[in-house]
Design a protein. Structure first.
Length: 292
């Protein structure tokens, strides 16, 4: 086994182990179905769905359904939890709606983008190796599980642990709304910019992109903080592992695969451009600046 396959095998094992640990810890004190913890079933389903779609994708050597599968995993499991949760209350419905609406919007956006482009060059070095390609799908399963952890754990709480909607949930809903609006507007502005032939070879620096170099990521972080605020009032004991949700999103976007990769790509393309240097100097990487 070569080094890439060994690394991929280790990554697959780590993803499954971490997912299993989060599933076990987050299930403590939660509801069960047929004797199985509901949250653990949700995490297991996230991994199983990826494997099911990975097999035909690997055989066809295509990444076309990767992003769509991730979004549909969020949606299908959230719907499943809504149906299986004991006496689902307003909080359960609100959390399900938050996750489903976000996933439906993002999934359709990403699917149309790859459909228009025809392929995603991020996968060129992965899809020709079954084990390396499997790693990508297992990491997606872990991403889904950790990102949705706060919502899914709260939705999986026992009927006795449920609480009426209070001020913190209201704040969370408002934060989520601001976040998703920010993300949608930023994506629409960038899509319109790229669609204009006059902008060929240039970079966007208008609209929200004049206030932040990555306003869509700011919105993404904000909306998952909102989800967590809605979930917090019903968490107890080990269920507080749900806080991994916004922390994971923040870490992923600011330190791993989000901003660092895009900044490096932009620096390589426009690093010698004086306008880009000035834009980068005056515009924050993440948190928007609305002052002059």
């Amino acid at each position: 086994m070569d080094s890439k396959n060994r690394a991929s095998l280790i990554a697959v094992i780590v993803a499954i182990v971490v997912g299993g640990l989060v599933a076990w810890v987050g299930s403590q004190g939660g509801a069960t179905v047929g004797g199985f913890p509901l949250f653990a079933l949700a995490v297991a389903a996230a991994f199983i769905i990826q494997v099911i779609v990975y097999i035909p994708s690997m055989l066809a050597k295509t990444e076309r359904f990767f992003d769509l599968t991730g979004s549909l995993t969020f949606i299908s499991i959230s719907v499943g939890l809504l149906l299986l949760a004991p006496a689902p209350d307003a909080r359960t419905w609100i959390l399900a709606a938050m996750v489903i609406l976000w996933a439906a919007r993002l999934g359709s956006f990403l699917f149309m983008r790859i459909h228009k482009a025809g392929s995603d060059d991020r996968f060129d070095e992965f899809k020709n190796s079954p084990l390396v390609f499997l790693r990508v799908w297992m990491l997606q399963a872990l991403w889904v599980s950790l990102t949705a952890a706060a919502a899914w754990i709260a939705m999986s709480t026992s009927a006795e642990a449920r609480e009426p909607i209070g001020w913190l949930a209201i704040v969370g809903i408002v934060v989520w709304l601001v976040g998703i609006i920010f993300e949608i507007v930023a994506d629409l502005q960038k899509s319109a910019f790229k669609a204009d032939p006059a902008n060929e070879g240039s970079f966007i620096r208008s609209g929200l992109w004049s206030r932040s170099r990555h306003p869509n990521y700011f919105g993404e972080i904000l909306l998952w903080i909102g989800v967590t605020l809605v979930a917090v009032p019903v968490l107890s004991g080990w269920q507080w592992v749900a806080l991994i949700s916004p922390l994971f999103v923040i870490l992923l976007l600011t330190k791993v695969s989000g901003i660092p990769l895009l900044e490096a790509k932009a620096d390589k393309r426009w690093g010698s451009n004086e306008d880009y240097a000035a834009y980068k100097k005056r515009t924050p990487a993440l948190i928007p600046r609305f002052s002059a």
